[in-house]
Design a protein around this ligand. Structure first.
Ligand code: MIC
Ligand code: SF4
Length: 642
C-alpha cells in the first residue's frame, strides 16, 4: 500500500513501535526549537540529565515571547538562555530577531526532517514539508539529549485543494474555513496533509499560515508536499541544498478527505472566544472596530507584510482605530525597510512593534474595556489579550487592513481588484542575530548564568495504591492552557519561577483556586471535553502539580497537554460514562483505589463521600504507566527509563 508524506517521514525516523493508528510510536528527532517562555524550564530539565552537548542535528533557542526586559527577572532568563545555549551546543536567536516559527521557516527548516518545539505552533514547519510537532519542554529536553519523541500514531486526513484563491481571499481564510468545518476538536489524533492541484498556487509562507493553524484544529501536525515552490523558497533563502522533493504515493490511503475549492472561498472571521467560531466577514459588516493587530507566527511573513503595506499606501488608519504591525523577523523588517514598504506602513499611522509575539501573547496592546480587536493571530481565547472583556476576532491581514481603514469590520473584497505584490528572487540573509554555540572544548568550562528568578524545578510524588483527594475544581468543555496557566505581561517573566506562577493558576475560571488547592493537599480537577487545548506550555501541568493536583478527570484531553500531565506525574483519566460528569460537585472528596492494578487494566473506580462510584478509563501505554508510577518523566529518566 502506498504511503502518505507523513507516513514516509515517520517510517524513516521510527525508533520503536508499529505504525498502526492509535499505538505508541517513538521517533528520532533531527531538530529542536525552544522559545523563551517555555525554554527556561526545558533547559533546566536538560541540565538535570547530565548530558554535555545536544545530540540533535540542530537545536535553536529563540527569544521571542517576552522581550520586554522590564525588571531583572526577564533579563536574567534571557542571560540564562544565552549562556546555557552556548554551553550545550544550541544556537541562540537573540530577542528582536523574530518569532521562532517564522525564523525557523526562513533559516533552518528542511523538508523531510523531524522537528519538535516547545511551542504548539511548531507545525508551521509543515509548510516546508517538515514533520514538526509542538511538545512540552521536557519532551524537547529529552530529544535534545538524543532521546526519542513518543506520540500516538495518528490517523491521516487529507485536504484536497482545487482552484486558486481570489484577490483578497487568503491562506488565513483557508485555515478559518477548515476550522469552521472541523472545529477545534476536529483534527485530534490526526495528521492533516494538504494536497491537490491547488497546492501549487500557494507559496511557502502561505502554507506556513495553514500548517500553523492546524494546531487550532487539535491536529497532531499538518504537512504540505515539498515541491518546486519549496525549492524556489529555499533557493531564495540561499539554501537550495536543503531541498528534497516529497510527495504522497498515488495510492496512499486517508481516513478522511475534505475537498476545498479555493476559488469559491470568501474572507472569514473567527468571533470571540474560540478560533472555530467562524462566519463570513461580510456578515459582521456593521461592527465597530477599536483595534487592529497584524503579525504573530500565523501572518507575519514578508509576503503578508508587503500586502499590508500595499493596501495602506497613501491611506490613513481611521482615527478611531489603534493599529499595530509586528513583522515576523528581522529579515522581514529589513526587507520592508529596504524596499520602502515600511514607510508606507508608518505613514498610515500604524504603530510598528518589535519582531516578536507581542500582543498575541498579551505582551502589551491589550484592547480597551470591552474593545473590539481584529487580529491576524491564531488564538482568541478569553482573557488572552490581557483585557478580560476584550472582544478578539481572528482575520487575514487583508481583512485587518480593510477594517482599520474604515473603522468597521470590512470584507476586503468590497475594496475592488486587490493588491499584487512581487516577491524578491533572493531574501536578504543576515544571521548575525543567531549566535553560534561555543566549541566543545571551551564549552566544558563555560559558566551558565542564573538569576534569583530561576527557581528549582518542582518535585512530583510517585503514586501510592490509593488516592484520596478533594475535588478542588470543576470546569466545562474546551478549557485552554490559557485558562489553566495564563500568560501576559504581568506573569510571563515568571515562567522559571513555579511558586510565583502558581498564584495565577486557573485565575480566569476561579481566582480562589490556587489558595484552595494548596490548602486541600492532594487535589483532583474535573474537566469537560478537549481539556487542555491550546498552548504546549508544560507550566499548565507543572503548576497544578506544584499545587497538589494529582489527577484530572475529563471527558477528553488535548494531545500535548495530556503528555505534559503524564510527564509531570499527574494522572489523566476520562469518564467511562460522560454523564457521571454531571453528578460531581466541586468541594467533595474523591477516592481512587487499586491504582496500580487499575492502571494496568485501563479502568479505575472512583468513589465520592456519599458512596457514589463511577468508572474512569486510563488509556496508558506501559511507558506512560511507568512514568506516572515513578512520579513523572524526570524521575523516570533518572531511574534509567527510556
Ligand atoms: C501560545 O501561543 O499560546 C504560546 C505562548 O506560544 C504557547 C507557548 C507558551 O505558553 O509559552 C504555545 O503555543 O505553545
Ligand atoms: Fe508567539 Fe502567538 Fe505564535 Fe504563540 S501563537 S508562538 S505567542 S506569535
Amino acid at each position: 500500500m502506498g504511503k502518505t508524506i507523513a507516513q514516509k517521514i515517520i517510517a524513516s525516523h521510527l525508533v520503536r513501535g508499529d505504525m498502526t493508528p492509535g499505538s505508541e510510536i517513538a521517533l528520532r528527532i533531527d531538530q529542536t526549537l525552544t522559545q523563551d517562555a517555555t525554554g527556561t524550564m526545558a533547559y533546566l530539565e536538560f541540565e538535570t540529565m547530565g548530558i554535555d552537548r545536544v545530540r540533535t542535528e540542530l537545536s535553536v533557542a529563540y527569544v521571542d515571547h517576552n522581550t520586554l526586559q522590564c525588571g531583572f527577572e526577564n533579563s536574567d532568563d534571557h542571560r540564562y538562555l544565552q549562556t546555557v545555549a552556548a554551553k550545550y551546543g544550541v544556537r541562540f536567536s537573540r530577542p528582536g530577531n523574530g518569532i521562532c516559527h517564522q525564523v525557523h521557516l526562513e533559516r533552518f527548516g528542511k523538508p523531510g526532517k523531524t522537528l519538535i518545539g516547545s511551542d504548539s505552533h511548531t507545525p508551521t514547519g509543515g509548510g516546508l514539508g517538515m514533520l514538526a510537532f509542538g511538545a512540552g519542554g521536557l519532551d524537547v529536553a529529552v530529544a535534545m539529549g538524543g532521546g526519542a519523541y513518543y506520540i500516538t500514531m495518528p490517523k491521516m486526513f487529507k485536504v484536497n485543494l482545487t482552484g486558486k484563491l481570489r484577490p483578497y481571499v487568503t491562506a488565513k481564510d483557508v485555515s478559518l474555513e477548515l476550522l469552521r468545518i472541523l472545529s477545534v476538536k476536529g483534527g485530534v489524533g490526526a495528521i492533516i496533509e494538504w494536497g491537490g492541484e491547488g497546492v501549487a498556487t500557494l507559496s511557502v509562507p502561505e502554507r506556513g499560515t495553514i500548517t500553523n493553524m492546524g494546531t487550532e484544529l487539535g491536529a497532531t501536525t499538518s504537512i504540505f508536499p515539498s515541491d518546486e515552490i519549496t525549492r524556489q523558497f529555499l533557493a531564495a533563502q540561499g539554501r537550495e541544498e536543503d531541498f528534497v522533493p516529497l510527495s504522497s504515493d498515488p495510492d496512499a490511503q486517508y481516513d478522511r478527505i475534505i475537498d476545498i475549492d479555493l476559488s469559491t472561498l470568501k474572507p472569514m472571521i473567527a468571533c470571540p472566544h474560540s478560533p472555530d467560531n467562524v462566519v463570513e466577514v461580510a456578515s459582521l459588516k456593521d461592527v465597530k472596530v477599536d483595534q487592529v493587530c497584524i503579525g504573530s507566527c500565523t501572518n507575519s511573513s514578508l509576503y503578508d507584510m508587503l500586502k499590508v503595506a500595499a493596501m495602506l499606501k497613501g491611506k490613513t488608519v481611521d482615527p478611531s482605530v489603534s493599529m499595530s504591525v509586528s513583522p515576523g523577523s528581522r529579515q522581514v523588517l529589513t526587507m520592508l525597510s529596504d524596499c520602502g514598504a515600511l514607510s508606507d506602513i508608518l505613514a498610515s499611522g500604524a504603530r510598528v512593534l518589535e519582531c516578536a509575539c507581542g500582543p498575541c501573547i498579551g505582551m502589551g496592546f491589550s484592547p480597551n474595556s470591552g474593545g473590539v480587536s481584529l487580529r491576524t493571530f491564531n488564538r482568541n481565547f478569553l482573557g488572552r489579550s490581557g483585557t478580560r472583556d476584550g472582544q478578539v476576532y481572528l482575520v487575514s491581514p487583508e481583512t485587518a487592513v480593510a477594517s482599520a481603514l474604515t473603522g468597521y469590520i470590512t470584507d476586503p473584497t468590497t475594496l475592488g481588484e486587490g493588491v499584487t505584490v512581487t516577491m524578491p528572487q533572493k531574501f536578504k540573509v543576515n544571521d548575525s542575530a543567531v549566535l553560534m554555540p561555543l566549541p566543545p572544548e571551551q564549552a566544558k568550562t563555560a559558566e551558565v548564568l542564573r538569576g534569583p528568578n530561576i527557581k528549582e524545578f518542582p518535585k512530583s510524588k510517585p503514586f501510592a495504591d490509593t488516592l484520596s483527594a478533594q475535588l478542588v475544581l470543576k470546569v466545562g468543555d474546551n478549557i485552554t492552557t490559557d485558562h489553566i496557566m495564563p500568560a501576559g505581561a504581568k506573569i510571563l517573566p515568571y515562567r522559571s519561577n513555579i511558586p510565583y506562577l502558581s498564584k495565577f493558576c486557573f485565575e480566569v475560571c476561579d481566582p480562589t483556586f490556587a489558595e484552595r488547592a494548596k490548602a486541600a493537599g492532594d487535589g483532583i480537577v474535573i474537566g469537560g471535553s478537549n481539556y487542555g487545548q491550546g498552548s504546549s506550555r508544560e507550566h499548565a501541568a507543572l503548576v497544578p502539580m506544584y499545587l497538589g493536583i494529582r489527577c484530572v478527570i475529563a471527558k477528553s484531553f488535548a494531545r500535548i497537554h495530556v503528555a505534559n500531565l503524564i510527564n509531570a506525574g499527574i494522572l489523566p483519566v476520562t469518564f467511562a460514562n460522560p454523564e457521571d460528569y454531571d453528578r460531581l460537585e466541586q468541594g467533595g472528596n474523591l477516592t481512587i483505589s487499586n491504582i496500580v492494578k487499575g492502571m494496568e487494566e485501563g479502568k479505575l473506580t472512583v468513589t465520592d463521600e456519599t458512596g457514589f462510584a463511577f468508572q474512569v478509563v486510563c488509556n496508558l501505554t506501559d511507558r506512560q504507566r511507568a512514568i506516572l508510577l515513578a512520579g513523572g518523566l524526570l524521575n523516570y529518566t533518572r531511574e534509567g527509563g527510556q
